[in-house]
Structures are given as C-alpha cells and as structure tokens.
Design a protein around this ligand. Structure first.
Ligand code: DP6
Length: 344
C-alpha cells in the first residue's frame, strides 16, 4: 500500500441557516445548517517526501498546476497551528496539488471544499501511518480540522444535510465539528442548486472581515438567537417535508445575512443589480406557477436557486429563458454524497 500519497475530493456546501460571526479559535456565534453539493468540489492530492529544510512545516502548494503562494501561506499556517494532528510533518515535506471542479473565475472559489479536502487527505495519511480505519470518528475529526481552516468547511464532510454549532435542541451538536442531519423527508432529497454566477470578480470584503464585523454589530445578539432557533426549526422542517416553511426560512436567511452586512458599522453591499432582478423574477415565477423554488445567497452576489429535482424542467427553462440577462454563467449542482477518497 502506498502510504505517502493520497487523493481526496471534498464538495462545497450551501448554507440554508447561515454561519455569520465567530469567536475564539473558529467557534461559531450560532449554529448553521447546509446542503452538501455534488458537482462543485475540490480535489487534493497530498504527497510526502524527504524534508530538505528545517522549517516547522515544509509545504509546496499547487493550485491548478501552478504554485499558489497566497493560499499556500494560509494552508501552511493551518498546518503549523495544528501540527499535533500531523506528527509526520516534522520529518516529511508535503506537496499538495489542489484543483476545483468549477471554473476558477466562477466566483464560488470556496475555502470550504479546499480546507475540507486538505483536512481529509492529511488526516487520512495520519490514520494510515497508525493503521487506523476510516470510521465515523475519522469524519468527525476531519470536520474538526476543516473547521479550523474555514468554518463552513466543517459541514462539507457529510452527505445531504449537515449542521454545525452548539444547539440545545439538537443532541450531539458541537461548536467544534459538524454532524450529519439524518431523517430527511423525501421532499428534500435530490434538491437541486442552480448557481447563477452574477459576478465573477473577487469579493470586495472577505468573509473573515465580514465575520469580524459581527463583533460590534448592533443587531448581533438577536441575530445569533434567531439563527440558533432556526437551525432546530429547520431540522424539523426537513423531517416533516414542510416545503413552504423551508422556502420562507431559506430566503429570509439569505436576506438577513446581507442585511447584517449592510447594517455593520463598516457597512458594505455585495449584491448587484443582477442579484436583485433574479430574486424578484424568481419570487414572481413561484407565485404565478406554484412551483417550489427559492433562492439563497452566500457572502457574494451569486444567486443559488434551490428546487426539487422533480421540477427541474420548469425551473431550468425559467432560468434559461427568463433570467439569462442577470448572470454570466450557471453551474447546475445538487445534493451530494460527501467526500470521496480516490485510488492513486
Ligand atoms: C456566508 O466559512 O468562509 O458562507 O470561517 O472565516 O473561513 P471562515 O468563514 P467561511 O464563512 C462562510 C459564511 C457564509 C455562510 C455559511 O456558509 O454558513
């Protein structure tokens, strides 16, 4: 068996209840719940070789075939901070080749799938060197590590729906790692997510700056309480198959996230005219046709259109025929099965 080279893919995820605000070492101010995607993923190949320098961690990081100093430095810091989990890094150099399934300029470049895949690959090496099996604890630990790299990455470890963050009403919930949300009504199985790429420029304000603006935000406390309540409500909605309640919560969460940005002391705005037009037409389309379709947003202008697979024809025709002037590109994605280990 080759123990020094592993390859993993890890999907991105789209939050329905949003994580926005954190404290301490990547501890969320509220619980969140997301849908794991399928087609939008990062693939990471991690390979060990003999160390040639006495750096704490000797990392060479390639993104899509080229050395990427900027993200490489973030990954190196993550490895140094968490080197107790990766004892083999004291004696081995590490080369990471990372690539995304989605176009570089798609504007969805996601630290969730990247840190997810990196955490899985490195933890896999650690487990293999100790002859341990990749059991449920492996995924919980990978989620823990991924969280330390990027909060939302913690939720990418699981198929379907995952939640992260302590919540009194959800047993086994934790601030330190995410858990799978099981017991999903068939209504919410095979949900599709058409990602309308309204803008593919890098964001003006990064998520980490956005999170920090929740620290002295006038509405923060109420927002955190609301999101915690909504997480447990959403678990119930997913169990009972209440689509109307899902649509309401999903859209309200998207607008609340952006309202938090707009009402920060250092206020800013990430939505674009195309974002607003697409949302308005979508709400109209839903009303006129009585089709269960809704939108959500991440921390950017792109619109995620969510709908059950059973309605894909109507919704995708609508996206192509009536929204095409609002976006540059569409990525069709759907509920996914979580990370995968590839054979080298
Ligand atoms: C709006 O996970 O990117 O997508 O922990 O600083 O890496 P860091 O932040 P990140 O924040 C994601 C915010 C969000 C909502 C969500 O995914 O829950």
């Amino acid at each position: 068996m080759n123990t020094t080279k592993v390859t993993w893919t890890c999907p991105s995820n789209i939050a329905i209840v949003k994580y926005w605000g954190k404290k301490g070492n990547q501890i969320p101010c509220n619980s969140s719940l997301s849908l794991t995607l399928s087609n939008s993923f990062t693939q990471v190949e991690a390979e060990l070789s003999a160390k040639t320098a006495d750096d704490l961690v000797q990392l060479t990081y390639y993104f899509e075939g080229e050395i990427n100093e900027k993200f490489g430095q973030r990954v190196a810091k993550f490895l140094i901070d968490n080197r107790e989990f990766f004892p083999f890094l004291s004696e081995n150099a590490l080369t990471i080749h990372s690539s995304n399934s989605f176009p570089h300029s798609a504007g969805i470049a996601s630290s969730a799938s990247a840190f997810g895949a990196i955490s899985l690959a490195l933890l896999d090496i650690a487990y293999t060197l100790e002859n341990k099996e990749l059991d449920d604890e492996f995924y919980a630990k990978a989620s823990y590590l991924a969280r330390l790299g990027s909060g939302s990455a913690s939720r990418s470890m699981f198929p379907g729906y995952a939640m992260w963050g302590e919540n009194d009403k959800i047993s086994n919930s934790s601030n330190e790692y995410a858990i799978e949300v099981k017991n999903i009504h068939p209504t919410f199985r095979n949900m599709k997510d058409a990602i309308l790429i309204v803008e593919d420029e890098p964001k003006k304000v990064s998520s980490s700056v956005g999170h920090s603006l929740m620290n002295n935000h006038p509405y923060a406390e109420n927002r955190f309480i609301q999101a915690i309540d909504r997480t447990s409500e959403l678990v119930e909605i997913l169990k009972t198959g209440n689509m109307e309640a899902f649509i309401h919560m999903c859209e309200s969460e998207a607008l609340t996230l952006h309202a938090m940005m707009m009402t920060s002391m250092d206020y800013y705005l990430l939505v674009k005219p195309g974002t607003i037009t697409a949302i308005e037409r979508l709400i109209e389309f839903r009303k006129e046709n009585n089709i269960p379709v809704c939108f959500t947003l991440d921390a950017g202008p792109n619109v995620h259109v969510l709908y059950p697979k059973a309605f894909e024809k109507q919704v995708e025709d609508f996206i192509q025929n009536e929204l095409s002037d609002t976006y540059k590109n569409v990525i069709y994605d759907m509920e996914g099965n979580g990370p995968k280990k590839l054979n080298n």
